[in-house]
Design a protein around this ligand. Structure first.
Ligand SMILES: Cc1cc2nc3c(=O)[nH]c(=O)nc-3n(C[C@H](O)[C@H](O)[C@H](O)COP(=O)(O)O)c2cc1C
Length: 478
């Protein structure tokens, strides 16, 4: 068999081989072997499409074997944030995730296939009707020969197409043919994000099981506007991808609907002032994320907080206790309801329609009336009462006694009691020291309540522990 000395090849051929092998992360010798293999299989040396040879190092389709590394198909949409997706490629590769990029036609106005190809060390795909990759239905392979599909930036247009089931270009055809998890990183102008059509599409996509990260609040790159619409940072998207790709933990709450409340409520005094409390919502959000990770279908009704929506959770943002109750009632039925929100006990009865003014007559009289008691209302439902209702008791004194009285008074099944005295730093902090009070038999009085005291833990650990307890109880009662 004749041997081939690369050194003796024509300079132009060597330059081409060097470029192509570097792009594919192979040695020049290996690249030559691949080219010869392709020729022998009768495959075109450089598949066609709109990407030129220099931009698209050709590569045989990479089959996914059980032992292969994790693979992501990254669809880059046509938004200004597309430049961040180039960094995302690097971040994913740093995490040992192989990336194959698909660029929409509009995306190519913002970033070049050459950049995506050079960073991913893979051929970039742009065209649904590319004979080079469609001879064996390449769009189906791009949809299936991966462990996750990321769309970043997910434009308003791409989300609309997904929600409607369009398949008139490579990106939408892949998304429609996918049987893999899909993670969207939306990015758009705040007005586009808040448009009723986009809201409908986002809701539909969430219902279809599509996961989302962001968008974040901040300044828009293309205009002097600020608001919600910035694409999540590359590291955030990469972390979400790693989380999705992590070998699945047991999903003991699969098929269960979990309803959670979190955060404070804001009770208006007048159009600009309100009564609030120091709740950060961290514990409720952590429980929502843990329940979602355990496979539950989670709805989180949250008061005003500065936290990002946990991936895969349906988040409903509210202001007042009354809004919260309405949204909780609308979210029923649920198998498990966890009321972690610090709901204001009172609201102002005589809420000012205009901003209250300082007058010589002295302070305006503020009359307080009791707010609806969400925990008691849901615990005492006769028809739609969730089989497991869990309340939170934030106390500053007589913690256990007050929590025991609360469980009996409200009619819930469990209480998570925590000491929120300022010295504990629980309100707004990252750690929590809780006591879990349980009663399985709803007729038992205060004496039948079991108390389990947990050591100081992060709020995520408390959430994981609580979800594990819930899963065990569900298993016992099934
Ligand atoms: C300068 C510029 C910036 C744009 N940025 C965005 C954006 O951030 N998000 C978005 O949804 N659309 C944005 N668009 C509009 C999209 O490019 C347009 O809807 C396009 O059809 C999207 O195509 P694709 O979804 O197939 O990628 C932008 C358009 C221009 C001209």
């Amino acid at each position: 068999m004749a041997s081939l000395t690369i050194r003796k090849l024509d300079e132009a051929v060597k330059a081409y081989l060097r470029l192509r092998s570097a792009g594919n992360g192979r040695s020049v010798e290996e690249e030559v072997r691949v080219i010869l293999g392709e020729l022998i299989q009768g495959r075109p040396e450089l598949p066609g499409g709109s990407v030129s040879s220099a931009e698209a190092p050709a590569q045989a389709p990479r089959p996914i074997s059980a032992s292969s590394a994790r693979n992501v198909t990254l669809i880059i949409g046509g938004g200004i944030a597309a430049f961040k997706s180039l960094e995302l490629i690097r971040r994913l590769k740093e995490r040992h995730i192989d990336v194959r990029c698909v660029l929409t036609k509009a995306a190519q106005q913002f970033v070049t296939p050459l950049s995506a190809s050079a960073l991913s060390h893979e051929r970039v795909y742009t065209d649904l009707f590319d004979p080079g990759s469609e001879f064996d239905a390449g769009h189906i392979r791009l949809a299936r020969e991966c462990d996750l599909i990321i769309v970043a930036p997910a434009t308003a247009d791409l989300m609309a197409k997904m929600a409607q089931g369009h398949a008139d270009d490579l990106a939408s055809a892949i998304l429609l043919a996918a049987d893999r998890p899909i993670l969207l990183a939306p990015a758009m102008n705040p007005l586009m994000w808040n448009n009723a059509a986009t809201r409908r599409n986002v809701l539909q996509l969430r219902r279809d099981g599509v996961q989302m990260i962001g968008p974040n609040a901040g300044e828009m790159a293309e205009s002097n506007e600020a608001g919600v619409g910035r694409m999540s940072e590359a590291v955030e998207i990469a972390a979400a991808a790693v989380d999705i790709l992590r070998p699945r933990q047991p999903r003991p709450l699969a098929g269960k609907r979990v309803l959670i409340t979190a955060g404070p409520t804001h009770e208006p005094i007048d159009p600009v002032r309100y009564i609030a409390n120091r709740s950060s919502g961290k514990q409720g959000f952590a429980i929502a994320a843990a329940a979602q990770a355990a496979g539950a279908d989670v709805t989180l009704v949250s008061g005003p907080v500065e936290l990002r929506d946990p991936a895969g959770v349906t988040v409903i943002r509210v202001e007042s206790a009354r809004d919260m109750l309405h949204r909780v009632q609308a979210a029923l039925p649920a198998d498990i309801a966890i009321f972690a929100a610090a709901v204001a006990d009172w609201r102002v009865a005589n809420e000012g329609e205009q901003k209250l003014k300082k007058t010589s007559a002295g302070m305006p009289p503020l009359q307080l009336v009791e707010n609806p008691d969400i925990l008691a209302t849901i615990s005492k439902l006769t028809d739609k009462r969730p089989p497991l209702v869990i309340g939170f008791a934030a106390e500053t004194e007589h913690l256990i006694d007050n929590a025991k009285a609360k469980i009996a008074r409200k009619g819930c099944d469990w209480i998570v009691a925590n000491d929120v005295s300022p010295a504990t730093g629980v309100m707004g902090g990252d750690r929590n020291t809780v006591h879990l009070l349980t009663r399985d038999d709803k007729d038992t009085g205060v004496d039948g309540i079991q108390v389990e005291s947990w050591p100081v833990m992060t709020k995520e650990q408390v959430a994981a522990e609580l979800v594990a307890k819930i899963a065990k109880s569900m298993e016992k009662n099934s």
